[in-house]
Design a protein around this ligand. Structure first.
Ligand code: NAI
Length: 301
C-alpha cells in the first residue's frame, strides 16, 4: 500500500475530461476544480433549470482568484465555458472520468452507477466521493469493478489539498495510477487508504464531532466549545465544521458509521434533532449551530 502511494506510475493517456454528478456543496467544488485543470467538464443535472445557479456558485469560487489577480476575468470565462451540462446522460461515452457526489445513500448511488455503466465508455473510470460507505459495498453490482474506486475530496474542495483514494479489492493498478496522476495535476495530495466504512479521516472526525454534540447536551455552549478547540489549535471548532459539512450529510455519515461500528460510534441525539428540524448548517435557510447571512465565504486557494 505504502509503495503504491509513493510509486504511482504515469500513464500514456492521462485523464483530460470528466463528468460530475451531484451539484451540492461538494459537486460544485469538484466542478470548479476540474474546470480549472481539465479540458472538458460535463455536469449531469437532475433539472437543467439548476444550471444557472451552479455556474454562479462555481464563478464565486473563481472570484477570489480574480480579486487577488491570480486570474483575469477572461481566463475565468474561458474556464467556465468548458462546462457543459445534460439532464439525460448525453455524451457520457466521450468522457474518461465520471465522479459522483450525490446524496449519501447506498441505494441511490448504486442505481446511478447502473445508469452510468449503460452509457459510458467501457474504459471510463467511475469514482465516488462518498464519505462513509465502503467502496466494495457500493460497487457490488458494477460490471467493470476494476474501473471503480473512491475519490474522497474534502470540503471546501478549493482549499483542501488532501484527497483519500480508496480502491476496492477489484480496482486495477491502472485505475489508481490514472487517478493519482489526475489529482496531482490538479494540485491535490492524493493518499491511498484502505477500504472500510468512513476510511480514515471520517472514522476519526465523526466521533470528534459527535462527542462535541454530547458535551453540548450536557449544558455547555456552542461558541465556548468552538473557541476552546480553536485555542487548542484546530482551524475551526467542531460546530463550525459540522455547519460547513452540512448537518444532513453529517447525520447520514454518523448513522452509517454507527451501523458499521456500533457502540463505538453512537449518533448524538442533538444531531438527529437538528436533521429532523432541517437545521442543515451553512447550506440551509435556517442555519445550523450558527446563523449565516448568505454571504459566500469561499476564500483563497
Ligand atoms: P449536498 O446535499 O450538498 O448535495 C447532494 C446532491 O445530491 C445534490 O446535487 C442533490 O441534487 C443530489 N441528489 C439528491 N438526491 C438525489 C437522487 N435521488 N439522485 C441523484 N442525485 C440526488 O451533499 P454534499 O455535501 O455535496 O455531499 C455529496 C456527497 O459527497 C455525499 O456522498 C457526501 O457524503 C460526500 N462528501 C461530503 C462532504 C461534505 O463536507 N459535505 C465532504 C466529502 C464528501
Amino acid at each position: 500500500f505504502e509503495k503504491l502511494n509513493k510509486n504511482f506510475e504515469k500513464t500514456s493517456n492521462p485523464i483530460s475530461n470528466t463528468v460530475v454528478l451531484g451539484n451540492g456543496v461538494m459537486g460544485k467544488g469538484i466542478i470548479w476544480l476540474f474546470s480549472k485543470y481539465l479540458k472538458d467538464v460535463r455536469i449531469k443535472l437532475r433539472d437543467v433549470s439548476q444550471a444557472h445557479d451552479i455556474i454562479k456558485d462555481v464563478s464565486k469560487i473563481y472570484s477570489y482568484l480574480i480579486k487577488t489577480k491570480k486570474m483575469t476575468k477572461n481566463e475565468v470565462d474561458f474556464k467556465l465555458n468548458k462546462i457543459s451540462y445534460t439532464q439525460n446522460f448525453d455524451g457520457f461515452k466521450h468522457f474518461d472520468f465520471i465522479i459522483e457526489a450525490i446524496i449519501e445513500d447506498e441505494k441511490t448511488k448504486k442505481e446511478t452507477y447502473e445508469q452510468i455503466e449503460k452509457v459510458c465508455n467501457e474504459n471510463a473510470i467511475i469514482a465516488t466521493n462518498t464519505s462513509s460507505i465502503s467502496i466494495e459495498k457500493l460497487g457490488t453490482e458494477l460490471k467493470n469493478k476494476e474501473n471503480f474506486l473512491g475519490v474522497h475530496f474534502f470540503n471546501p474542495v478549493n482549499l483542501m489539498p488532501l484527497v483519500e483514494v480508496i480502491p476496492s479489492q477489484y480496482t486495477s493498478k491502472e485505475t489508481i495510477n490514472k487517478v493519482f496522476e489526475l489529482l496531482i495535476s490538479c494540485g491535490k495530495t492524493p493518499i491511498l487508504v484502505k477500504d472500510c466504512a468512513g476510511f480514515i479521516v471520517n472514522r476519526i472526525l465523526l466521533p470528534y464531532l459527535n462527542e462535541a454534540a454530547f458535551i453540548l447536551s450536557e449544558g455547555s455552549r456552542v461558541d465556548h466549545i468552538d473557541y476552546l478547540i480553536k485555542e487548542f489549535g484546530m482551524p475551526m471548532g467542531p460546530f463550525a465544521l459540522a455547519d460547513t459539512v452540512g448537518i444532513d450529510v453529517g447525520y447520514k455519515v454518523a448513522t452509517i458509521l454507527h451501523e458499521e461500528y456500533g457502540y463505538r460510534m453512537p449518533v448524538a441525539p442533538i444531531i438527529e434533532k437538528m436533521y429532523d428540524a432541517k437545521y442543515l448548517g451553512k447550506k440551509g435557510e435556517t442555519g445550523g449551530f450558527y446563523q449565516y447571512d448568505g454571504k459566500d465565504d469561499y476564500v483563497n486557494e
